[in-house]
Design a protein. Structure first.
Length: 215
């Protein structure tokens, strides 16, 4: 396809596509003349992935290029590819010593991961969030530790299984990475909204009575 059709199908303006080409985010098309080139479905899928990384994950162009380069390097390794797409694994990797230091920095997350029997990278930023959240709760005199998170961890495990089941139907690596980004970052607000709906329902069941039943 010509660049005009690539723009129409992807929803990305011509000027932006040319910018991505100059910056190396998008590989060049097949030259058909001195100033013309043809593009294929691979370019379309890569453009969609770029949009997911910059628009949904909020990465800068430079960071998106780093992530895309890492995805290309690990194209045949689904686990590494998804880790990078999910934002779990840094695209520049890391050393075992650095991983060990990171694991020691989040002791409550480490205890939770161990109790669940999970195989989780020390570089997963969610570990830090867990420890920071628990420290904040205790600073506000709310006694809450990693063991209180176990029921939530079990629910999260089932959610992750559902996520990965959905991705199993996708065979193209670029499309799989794009879908992983969209599922993770666009669905998160909806998942939190579901929790709020369920909380209201549970409160109605336990405390509402007939006079508080939602219409």
């Amino acid at each position: 396809m010509r660049i005009s059709e690539l723009s129409r199908r992807s929803g990305v303006p011509n000027a932006t596509i040319k910018y991505y080409l100059r910056e190396g985010l998008l590989p060049p098309g097949r030259a058909t003349a001195a100033t013309q080139a043809e593009y294929d479905e691979t370019h379309l899928r890569r453009l969609r992935l770029i949009r997911a990384l910059t628009g949904v994950r909020g990465l800068s162009v430079a960071s998106a290029k780093q992530v895309l380069d890492a995805m290309t390097e690990h194209r045949g390794d689904t686990h590494e590819l998804l880790g990078i797409a999910f934002g779990i694994r840094p695209p520049d990797g890391g050393t075992p010593a650095e991983d060990e230091d990171l694991a020691e920095a989040d002791p409550e997350a480490a205890a939770l991961v161990d109790a669940m029997g999970w195989s989780v990278s020390a570089r997963n930023p969610a570990r830090r969030i867990i420890d920071e959240t628990l420290r904040t709760l205790r600073s506000l005199d709310v006694e809450y530790d990693w063991e209180a998170l176990l029921p939530y961890a079990e629910l999260a495990e089932r959610t992750a299984q559902h996520d990965l089941d959905h991705l199993e139907t996708v065979t193209d690596p670029l499309e799989k990475a794009e879908r992983a980004v969209l599922l993770t970052f666009l669905l998160e607000p909806a998942l939190m909204a579901l929790r709020r709906l369920a909380q209201e329902n549970e409160s109605t069941v336990r405390h509402g009575g007939d006079g508080h039943t939602p219409a």
